[in-house]
Write a protein that binds this ligand. Structure first.
Ligand code: NAI
Ligand code: MG
Length: 503
């Protein structure tokens, strides 16, 4: 059943095209779908075909103001609700998200070009898991008793910050939204999310699913562009906390504005993550690990992509050849097709950006580019933003391809001779988000793990962000952590001290 204010189907649907149309032209504010104050919209494009699949509401400062006031109004009652009760409601969202996970996976595949089987279903599953995890943490919002004087009872209590402004990107929008919304809500805050202009639909659908359980106004979502819609959210006087995932460049702008208002920020920014492979590793497992680490199934559009791979010299040639062979066997095609391993780049802007990096690498003297995976042959996909994965060897460490985040299916591989040199090379980066080490010598592995400048180091695996494990970078990769109990406490509450003189 649908109506004008509630145009989306109650039951899970397998038709992402119809769902995209139903979600057209809408924000989600105060528990319902609403059009932009200006009435304006902008197109949402299927990157696999170039076809427009929906229009999104074009939000600006006026929409942000309505949403933030709605969140501020809802926050009073929400914060008064017992913490475990808030958690229980967030936990209930998980069941609804699970029931709709195939629907969400198909919709995100449509709007982002991420392959359904290898990426989109995985993301939908993680989203439900994040709500389940944080939903169980309401009772952990504990304070302390503080020794001060026998006649003065001194305690601390955890209080919410108020309205949280959350800005998310397009690469894993559902997951990144969940990492912000779920802990913020359990801690007693309310939220306004600014979705990414390239991927506003799936997160908008999720709002309505959450609203089946959570009180109206607890979370609100506005779509629009960065400077016109994201910036007013950061600067809004009622927003008491900003959490952002995206580029370093935009992170700096967001952080500067928040600093003027003296509100805390959490920043999850880019990466140029090293993967270090020792000759004593389990070879086949590590080659497979390199494919996963580079997130080739997501076209490399990941902040933790292993875009600098260092391989110990005795196995270097064999490793590069085995890796290229495996990537070559991956199927590029329609993101909604079950056979597809690799879908498309998100937008023409990103497509051109990545192509410029590849062209620069190919024009570099001494460099070799192994271009892998056949382009799709389906005539329906000729306008799709498909880009063949490229594995570069022979680049020097001052190359832009080695220093800058490409955010595409492009990796660089280097031989190394000793652990100290490779550690120095791995740390020689502006970024410090993630790193992985592959070796059967845990003494060497652990020693390097302690000295790598990164927020997350994994030995013999390279998983994406997981609920319960703090996640976030050092250096230019960000500020603060997400995904864990500590992250919820540190970033979505403040500690109030209360003293009672009993003397
Ligand atoms: P971006 O950082 O500009 O966009 C991320 C979010 O910030 C979007 O919702 C955008 O609308 C918003 N935004 C942009 N300007 C803003 C402003 N002045 N105030 C408030 N919000 C603003 O990233 P973009 O342009 O999509 O991609 C550029 C590069 O950033 C990529 O090539 C990649 O290297 C990196 N990136 C990193 C991500 C990560 O997961 N760490 C995610 C997306 C992009
Ligand atoms: Mg940008």
């Amino acid at each position: 059943m649908t109506n004008a204010l509630h145009p989306t189907p109650a039951d899970p649907t397998r038709d992402p095209f119809a769902l995209a149309r139903a979600l057209s032209g809408l924000h989600f504010i105060g528990g319902r779908y609403v059009p932009a104050v200006s009435g304006q919209t902008f197109p949402v494009v299927n990157p696999a075909t170039g076809a427009e699949v929906a229009q999104a509401a074009l939000g600006d400062a006026a929409d942000i103001d309505v949403a933030v006031r709605e969140a501020a109004r809802a926050q009073k009652d929400w914060a008064r609700m017992p913490a475990r009760k808030r958690g229980a409601l967030v936990h209930q969202c998980s069941a609804i998200l699970k029931a709709h996970s195939e629907e969400l996976a198909r919709l995100i595949a449509l709007e982002t070009g991420k392959a359904l089987r290898t990426e989109s279903r995985v993301e939908a599953g993680v989203v439900a898991d994040i709500f389940e995890f944080f939903g169980g943490l309401g009772g952990e919002l504990k304070g302390e008793t503080v020794p001060f004087s026998p006649t003065v009872l001194s305690v601390t209590v955890r209080e919410p910050l108020g309205v949280v402004g959350a800005i998310i990107p397009w690469n894993v929008p559902m997951l990144l939204m969940a990492l912000k919304i779920a802990p913020a809500l359990v801690a007693g805050n309310t939220v306004v999310v600014k979705s990414a202009e390239e991927a506003p639909l799936t997160v908008l659908r999720i709002c309505e699913l959450l609203n089946r359980v959570l009180p109206a106004g607890c979370f609100n979502m506005v779509s629009g562009f960065g400077p016109e819609c994201g910036a007013p959210l950061v600067s809004h006087p009622l927003v008491r906390k900003v959490t952002f995932t995206g580029s370093v460049e935009t992170g700096r702008i967001v952080s500067a504005t928040a600093a003027q208002k003296l509100v805390p920020v959490t920043l999850e920014l880019g990466g140029k993550s090293p993967m270090i492979v020792f000759a004593d590793c389990d070879f086949e497992k590590t080659v497979a690990g390199a494919i996963t680490s580079m997130r080739f199934t997501r076209q490399g559009q990941s902040c933790t992509a292993a875009s600098r791979i260092y391989v110990e010299r005795p196995i270097f040639d064999r490793f590069v050849a085995a890796m290229a062979e495996r990537v070559d066997a991956m199927v590029m095609g329609d993101p909604l097709d079950e056979r597809t391993d690799i879908g498309t780049i998100i937008s023409t802007g990103q497509y051109e950006k990545v192509r410029a990096f590849v062209a620069e690498g190919q024009a570099t003297a001494g460099a070799t580019a192994r271009v892998c995976s056949a382009m799709p042959t389906d005539p329906a996909l000729t306008k799709g933003l498909f880009l063949q994965p490229v594995i570069f060897t022979g680049l020097t460490k001052d190359s832009r391809l080695v220093r800058e985040e490409i955010f595409g299916p492009v990796t660089t591989i280097f031989p190394f001779d000793d652990a100290e040199t490779v550690l120095a090379e791995a740390n020689d980066s502006e970024y410090g988000l993630a790193a992985s080490l592959w070796t059967n010598n845990l003494t060497v592995g652990l020693s390097l793990a302690h000295r790598l400048e990164a927020g997350l180091v994994q030995i013999n695996q390279n998983l994406v962000v997981q609920a319960n494990l703090s996640y976030g970078g050092v250096k230019s990769s960000g500020l603060g952590k997400e995904a864990s109990l500590e992250a919820m406490l540190e970033h979505f509450t403040h500690k109030k001290t209360i003293m009672v003189n009993m003397g």
